[in-house]
Every structure is written in C-alpha cells, then in structure tokens.
Design a protein. Structure first.
Length: 285
C-alpha cells in the first residue's frame, strides 16, 4: 500500500520534471537568436512577459483556490460527521428502555456508516468489510443508504416495542437524518469537478506563457534563460497538478483527506460512549 501511495505521488513530480526539461531545451534555442532563422524572431519586451505572468498568476490562483475550497468543504463535512456520530451515540446511550444488545448494534451501524461512506466515496464499497455485516453476502447498490435504512429499522422497532417515546424518536431522527445529508454533500463534491474547459484554458495559458517567456529573457539574462525557464515551468505546472490533485479530496493520497483516520476517531468515540449502558436519567419518564 505505501509503495502504491508513493507511486501516485511520484508520477506528477516526474511529469513536471519532464515538462521542465522540455521547455528548458526549447529555451536553449533562444541563444541562437543572433543567427538565422531565429534572428527574424521579433524582440519581446519584458513588459509583455510581466502582463502574461500576471494573467497566468490570476488563472492559477483561481484554480488553486477553487480546489482548496472543495478540499476544505469535504473536511468540514467529515468534521460534522464526527460530531453527528458522537451526538447520536450519546442520545442512544441515555435511552433507558432500549436493550443493551440493541445499543451495541447501533454502535456497529454508526461506525459501519462512516467506513461505508469512505469506501463509497473511493469507489471501493464492500459490505462484508464493515462491522456487524461480516456474514452479510448482499452487496447493495448504495452502501451508505443501506446502512442508514438499518438504523431507521432499529428506530421503528424501538417505537413498536415502546422502548422510546415520540419526542425521543424525533430527537434521534434530528441527528440521524444528517447522515444522508452529509453523504449527499460529499457525493456532490466528488461528482462535480472543475469544468474541463477551464482546465484546458489554464493549460493553454501555461504553455503560451512558457513559449513566450524565454524570448523575453534571453537579451537580459543570456544563459540564465535556461534555468529560469525550467524553474518557471516546474512551479507553474506543479501548481496546476496540485490543484487537480486536491480538488478530489476523498482519495487515498497524502494530500487528500485522511478519511481512514477520521473513521478511527469515530470508532473510538462511539465505542467509548456505548461501551456501558447509560443511566437514562436524561430521558427517564
């Protein structure tokens, strides 16, 4: 697993280095500017380089900011999932009439939802990997909603057996409904990427800038044009690659959200809350 992770991180770096080397080789042609046919290339003033640099900086800044907004929204949603899971567990613990085995089952269901949502967002859902479903051979089409259905089936059972009152059921629903709200918001982030036309505009702007840049630098910097072009290529290309990487926050790479770690936090918190039956004072008749 670590080797695959590092491989995913290495590929974009290698691509950036190859592009940097390619444009550095291209910039070497500017050293032949005094000789035909390059002598016919018109001089490019530094002011034009400054204008194109400013325009490209705006494009890349917008691209990176939008990618980070998606990453941060995903982190906010999973932070809310941590709180919702804890609150739901606390409220279930303080139901005096609910059997302890049902509370233990709800612990499994809450943790299973979080782990199932992680797998669902990473396109790797498998019901049998989740706690409480190890012997279940069914593979639902939408794993998170399947688990939430089991949660609400428990609520309905408690209502039928008069383990909860109507107002207690409403309190449970006010927390549990957020599970699918969070799931839907995460799916929206996952399935709505930056329009491909905008990504093409950014790449075209980068290429155009890098084609113009060395011809504007060579008269003032000479041989330094080559390393300067290479640096400009590496940082501009890397910024776009990072933005493309970060705008998909639910993957398994290091730059993306640590969903596994968040699931472990939820597991520990919910297990601690539901380890022992609650006193029930907060909801006693």
């Amino acid at each position: 697993m670590p080797s695959r992770k590092y491989a995913r991180l290495t590929v974009p770096i290698v691509q950036s280095l190859w592009l940097s080397a390619g444009f550095a080789a291209y910039s070497a042609l500017t050293l032949l500017k005094p000789y035909p046919p390059f002598s016919y290339v018109p001089e490019i003033p530094l002011a034009l380089d400054a204008v194109t640099s400013f325009a490209l900086a705006l494009l890349i800044a917008f691209r990176v900011n939008r990618a980070y907004e998606r990453w941060w929204e995903g982190r906010t949603l999973w932070g809310k999932l941590v709180n919702v899971s804890r609150n739901l567990a606390i409220k279930i613990r303080e139901l005096p009439r609910v059997p302890s085995e049902d509370k233990a089952r709800m612990r499994d269901l809450i943790v299973a939802f979080c782990r199932g949502l992680k797998d669902h967002l990473r396109d790797d859902p498998e019901l049998r990997r989740l706690p409480g479903f190890e012997r279940d051979f069914e593979q639902p089409g939408h794993l998170p909603s399947y688990i939430v259905r089991h949660i609400y089936e428990k609520f309905a059972k408690w209502d039928d057996e008069q383990h909860v009152r109507a107002e207690q059921l409403w309190i449970l629903d006010s927390e549990a409904r957020w599970l699918m709200e969070i799931c839907g918001a995460c799916e929206r982030i996952k399935n709505t990427l930056m329009p491909i036309s905008w990504r093409w505009i950014t790449w075209k702007a980068i290429v155009l800038y890098l084609l113009i840049l060395p011809w504007g630098l060579v008269d003032n910097f000479g041989w330094w044009t080559i390393p300067l072009t290479m640096l400009a290529t590496y940082f501009s290309v890397t910024a776009e690659v990072v933005a493309r990487h970060v705008e998909e926050p639910f993957g398994a790479d290091e730059d993306q959200l640590d969903l596994k770690g968040l699931c472990e936090v939820i597991d520990r918190s919910v297990s601690e809350v539901l380890r022992e039956p609650g006193s029930g004072r907060a909801t006693r008749d």
